[in-house]
Ligand binder design. Structure first.
Ligand code: HPA
Length: 268
């Protein structure tokens, strides 16, 4: 595995004239537009990258974009890999390992999720303050000691300083923020009403099908993480889960997320 990661990273370095990103960004469902903010110098389709899985979900473009944003070298994943697509957890998190090898010092993650906190509204941005993992743990298996410890600590999983900075920026930019715990399930079904109530009862504020594996792997490697969830539906209302609606709401609320990410990166 470690050899595969290094081979892929070496291949990418060759293709990008040794571009060394400082920041990695993962763009979730409907949030791919953020990539347009980057002054791109290289763009590589996942399907052409040796060792990379290929994304199959509608609305996920599936490419790595390298370039400058607010004076910082950035690599963005336009589209990610989900466990529900049938990939192993090692495949889902492979790009995060590769981005670490390329040199990232921060990881910004975004996703679309269903609000469970009843004070949340469709279109809200939720800063992820913590998560509950209901998927298999991506670190199961022999530990890759060169990347991190066998039993990684998960305190401060979502970097407190970055959260404080987001709060300050949101106040300046007049962006309303929610804060909460992201519950990561496998999907691909949206939750039943009983499951949304269960997620709420165990301390969740939003439900989704991604992000947690990538964050665990980033934290294994001690990379500070900042995460934002766009609330695309409210689980405990009578709304019916619909992927197209999630994409649309993601695009709309994504504008606020883009501004927040951009300002956060500027201040790194
Ligand atoms: N549940 C799980 N994942 C989601 C949801 C949801 O309600 N909305 C968007 N992604």
């Amino acid at each position: 595995m470690s050899e595969e990661i290094k081979k892929t990273a070496a291949w990418i370095k060759e293709q990008t004239a040794d571009f060394r990103p400082e920041v990695g960004v993962i763009l979730g469902t409907g949030l791919g537009d953020f990539a347009e903010q980057i002054e791109a110098c290289h763009s590589i389709e996942y399907k052409s990258i040796p060792g990379f899985p290929v994304s199959t979900v509608e609305g996920h473009k599936g490419r790595l974009i390298f370039g400058m944003l607010e004076g910082h070298r950035v690599v963005a994943m336009q589209g990610r890999f989900h466990y529900y697509e049938g990939y192993t957890m090692q495949q889902v998190t492979f790009p995060v390992r590769v981005m670490q090898q390329l040199g990232i010092r921060h990881l910004f993650v975004s996703n679309a999720s269903g609000g469970i906190n009843t004070s949340f509204r469709t279109g809200d941005l939720m800063i992820i303050t913590d998560h509950i993992n209901l998927m298999p743990n991506p670190l199961i298996g022999p530990n890759m000691a060169e990347f991190g410890p066998r039993f990684p600590d998960m305190h401060n999983c979502y970097d407190k300083e970055l959260i404080a900075r987001a709060t300050a920026i949101a106040a300046q930019e007049n962006i309303k923020l929610q804060y909460g715990v992201y519950v990561g399930g496998t999907g691909p079904t949206f939750e039943t009403q009983a499951e949304y109530r269960y997620f709420k009862a165990i301390g969740g504020d939003a439900a989704g099908m991604s992000t947690v594996p990538e964050v665990i792997v980033a934290r294994h490697m001690s990379i500070p993480v900042f995460g934002v969830s766009v609330i695309t539906n409210c689980g405990l209302s009578d709304e019916i889960g619909d992927h197209e609606d999630v994409q649309l709401q993601g695009k709309k609320a994504g504008v606020k997320m883009q501004l927040l990410f951009r300002r956060m990166i500027k201040e790194l």
